[in-house]
Design a binder for this molecule. Structure first.
Ligand code: ZN
Ligand code: ZN
Ligand code: ZN
Length: 354
């Protein structure tokens, strides 16, 4: 682990995501400039005060038809670095903000409809939403609008960001939150989440296992149950289907062998599979009984998937990495080991066209 950290110190690049998220990057600036020019032309054509929606349509380009999935975070529930960890795994991340990672989350942005959906609402929601605003900017009229939040389960990294929708913060109105029956019950019956429901900051939509929800003309989502420590809710993974690509988002599962489904068959049905990569190996938490917090170790997954074709293995991107997992550092020896096995670690900020 130590070596991987040292390797990393020389080759680590600062990801734009890790800089000051409130600074506009070049792409955002060029998009804003193009929009400003379009707006001026539009105003000449339609009159300064015209509210005609046809003005907006003149700004559309081929790219405005795209749907993109963006990775907003790759860390386990507690993020990286983790509270009170002063061990070597987190020491570097306390010193260097560029290598910190937000809690695992993906967003889907439909540039045609300007809709934005997020999968899990993490403790890092404020900065993740801001990143989305800066890097995949919507048109002005939908700024700040959240079109749907899909929740996998009731562990802290997956839903507690909802608190920012309440009256102390965004004070949203009827944001659709999609949750399984027990998860829905949990939010309805327990404060402070129940207040989001009673004040109509969020509107809960019940999901059912294996029942596909069509979220717009081109996008659909299917929840599938996975075995996990379900103290407060069920746990699901999501299959997200766009017009061209299908993605699996599965941040938490106990062990592949405890599932009544074949992960290999599901990988065969998707183009990209974000899979639970919490721990690299069983030696990661000395002095702690790892059977109480079961996850498929990445090394187990590598062994299990070693018989798959290269094209299948290439779809795998490990996400939800614990602070102790050396693969959380880009270009580490651990990441190279995963790449040598034909798989990948999810990168915060990576985008996939759907
Ligand atoms: Zn988790
Ligand atoms: Zn640590
Ligand atoms: Zn969990």
């Amino acid at each position: 682990m130590k070596n991987s950290h040292q390797d990393n110190s020389k080759t680590q690049k600062v990801h734009p995501l890790q800089g000051n998220p409130f600074l506009l990057n070049y792409k955002s600036l060029s998009v804003l400039c193009r929009r400003a020019i379009s707006l001026i032309l539009c105003c000449f054509a339609c009159g300064w005060l015209a509210k005609d929606s046809s003005c907006d349509e003149t700004t559309e380009t081929a790219n405005d038809q795209n749907i993109e999935l963006a990775v907003l975070g790759t860390a386990q529930d507690a993020g990286y670095p983790q509270a009170d960890c002063l061990k070597p795994c987190c020491q570097r991340a306390w010193a260097d903000p560029a290598i910190r990672r937000w809690v695992s989350c993906v967003a889907v942005v439909d540039h045609k409809t300007n809709e934005r959906f997020i999968f899990d609402c993490t403790p890092d929601f404020p900065i993740q939403w801001q990143w989305l605003e800066m890097n995949l900017p919507p048109r002005a009229k939908t700024k700040g609008r959240i079109d749907g939040i899909f929740l996998t389960h009731a562990h802290i990294g997956h839903y507690t960001g909802l608190m920012h929708l309440g009256r102390e913060a965004m004070g949203t109105k009827d944001v659709p939150v999609y949750a399984m029956p027990r998860m829905k019950q949990f939010l309805t019956k327990n404060g402070p989440w129940s207040q989001l429901v009673s004040l109509k900051n969020i509107k809960l939509h019940e999901l059912n296992a294996d029942v596909t929800v069509r979220i717009n003309e081109r996008l659909s989502v299917t929840p599938i149950l996975v075995p996990h420590r379900d103290e407060f809710s069920e746990t699901v993974a999501f299959i997200i289907r766009g017009p061209n690509k299908t993605v699996l988002f599965l941040p938490d599962i106990d062990k592949w062998a405890r599932w009544d489904r074949s992960i290999e068959k599901i990988i065969a049905q998707v183009d990209v599979a974000f899979l639970d990569g919490t721990f690299l190996s069983n030696r990661e938490l000395p002095g702690r009984d790892m059977s109480l917090i079961p996850h498929p170790f990445i090394q187990e997954s590598i062994n299990q998937f070693s018989g798959l074709d290269e094209t299948e293995r290439k779809k795998v991107r490990f996400i939800h990495l614990n602070h102790t997992n050396p693969a959380i550092l880009e270009n580490s020896a651990a990441e190279r080991q995963i790449q040598n096995a034909g798989m990948h670690v999810a990168r915060q900020g990576e985008k996939i066209g759907l």
